[in-house]
Design a protein around this ligand. Structure first.
Ligand SMILES: [Zn+2]
Length: 486
């Protein structure tokens, strides 16, 4: 893995400090404090009730699924799970926030501390420390009419559960930030607490970035990058900000603390709002909600339900003989990993991984398929690899059978017989063909004998043509060698 050149290479005197705040939308049946559905829908205001629309006199009731998700995330991220955590109200006015306050956790979040390891380009690992994980509710959505004079509010998302994962400012490049986000998202997906879908806003990352001269005691002026919905854009925006900060400082100008957005069309960040003074959210402990009190037994119970985590799977695959590169591709997509493991249960062939990563993944990309919608099953692919290994078919035939399986969904053996793709292993017949060729091209045969190995391809190719591609190239080579020795 080679790190992309960073703008930082141009300014070796500077260093960058990045901290992340990630909002993870949780997969639960119902919302955080009411029984309204947490399902995604395009029809506005159907998953709402008195509680999540902030009607007077209602009482919120905590969803236990969310607490379990918070504990799972905390365990996976090496946090200190807090036995007591407390909800607070964060007051601000916005049309999509019907209560005029958001319920969140401030001084007493469900998890404190923790860390997530990332891999650096040189192969070493770096621990990114976490400050906290807290539970909070999401807001609704304002929808502005294209006519420009009407706005609507959709409360379907209001009161849906989020986990906010806050890191310390331990990241120091766009590369590290991307690795951190990728790893965090994988953990969320492995825990099955969230989809991690960035385009849908189910995994939202806010980046706090500042730049300072190396050795400086104080942090530089901090800017926040908000609402960027892809790893690539976050990475591009960070690179842009690093350059903007450094060139501003080099020109002797002042930076302002502000929130900025990434303009994907122009490839620049733009000011969203400046933070001239800190907003007073008038936090107060929510009087309607009791504290969350966990006991050690509850946490121990959740520990027993923890799935295998990405890095654990990586280690297992490498112990099973895969390279780190191969294992890394597999663990980043659970459905591919599951496909591989299923196929692996049918064959011990070391060629299987190539077929999964090269041919199967290639097919999925090309045809825009998922393993579940592809006609090739793990069992079929394993069988194909075994047929190839045993010499029943050659590589060319295997490719043809693979394509056929993808369209017909037929068993590889059936396809082989249907198309007559069995490899010609009849030594006598092949011997005769090679003998005739040597007679036909005595000069070439003599040259090959004298060591012009380039001509080997000619002879093998001619035999393959005569067998319509069904000859066993290894066998042909052997025959050629023994005949030339005579
Ligand atoms: Zn509701």
């Amino acid at each position: 893995m080679k790190e992309n050149p960073s703008i930082l290479d141009k300014y070796p005197d500077y260093e960058v400090t990045i901290g992340m705040e990630v909002h993870v939308q949780l997969i639960t049946n119902t919302k955080l404090f009411c029984s309204s559905s947490n399902a995604i829908t395009d029809i506005p205001n159907v998953h709402i009730c008195q509680i999540c629309t902030g009607q007077p006199g209602v009482l919120p009731v905590l969803n236990k699924q969310v607490v379990i998700a918070g504990v799972k995330a905390g365990l996976a991220l090496n946090c200190d799970i807090q036995l007591r955590s407390i909800f607070a109200r964060k007051h601000y006015f916005y049309p999509d926030l019907p209560k005029d306050y958001q319920i969140t956790q401030t001084d007493f979040p469900i998890c404190l501390n923790g860390h997530l390891a990332i891999k650096l380009p040189d192969g070493s690992t770096k621990k990114i420390r976490l400050a906290r994980i807290h539970i909070e509710e999401d807001a609704g959505k304002n929808v502005h009419s294209s006519l420009g004079h009407e706005s609507f509010v959709d409360f379907n998302r209001a009161g849906t559960p989020l986990l906010e994962v806050v890191s310390h400012p331990d990241l120091s490049s766009a590369y590290e930030t991307r690795e951190y986000l990728k790893n965090l998202r994988l953990i969320v997906q492995y825990l099955q607490i969230g989809t991690g879908n960035m385009e849908e806003g189910a995994f939202r990352a806010d980046t706090n970035i500042s730049v300072r001269k190396k050795g400086a005691k104080e942090f530089g002026t901090r800017c926040e990058l908000k609402n960027i919905n892809s790893f690539k854009y976050i990475s591009d925006a960070i690179e842009y900000e690093i350059e903007r900060h450094i060139t501003t400082l080099e020109a002797g100008k002042k930076l302002f603390q502000e929130t900025r957005l990434w303009d994907t069309k122009e490839g620049v960040t733009k000011v969203m709002r400046s933070k001239e003074e800190a907003v007073d959210y008038r936090y107060l402990t929510d009087p309607d909600l009791p504290s969350i009190d966990l006991d050690a037994e509850f946490i121990a119970q959740i520990k027993t339900q923890m799935p295998e985590l990405p890095f654990e799977r990586l280690t297992r695959y490498m112990n099973d003989g895969l390279s780190e590169y191969e294992a890394d591709i597999l663990i980043t997509d659970l459905s591919i990993a599951q496909f591989y493991e299923k196929a692996r249960s049918y064959t011990k062939s070391k060629h299987l991984i190539n077929w999964v990563l090269r041919d199967f993944l290639g097919l999925l990309k090309q045809e825009k398929l998922e393993p579940s919608t592809c006609k090739i099953t793990p069992e079929m692919l394993a069988k194909l690899v075994e047929m190839l290994d045993s010499g029943a078919i050659n590589n060319r035939a295997a490719q043809e059978i693979f394509s056929d399986m993808a369209t017909t969904g037929q068993d590889p053996h059936t396809i082989m017989e249907k198309k007559g793709l069995q490899q010609m292993g009849d030594t006598k017949e092949l011997e005769l063909m090679v003998q005739n060729l040597i007679k036909e091209y005595p000069d070439k045969a003599a040259e090959l004998k004298e060591g012009r190995d380039r001509l080997r391809g000619f002879f093998v190719g001619e035999v393959m043509k005569k067998t319509q591609g069904k000859g066993n190239p290894q066998l042909i080579n052997q025959i050629l060698d023994s005949l030339l020795k005579q």
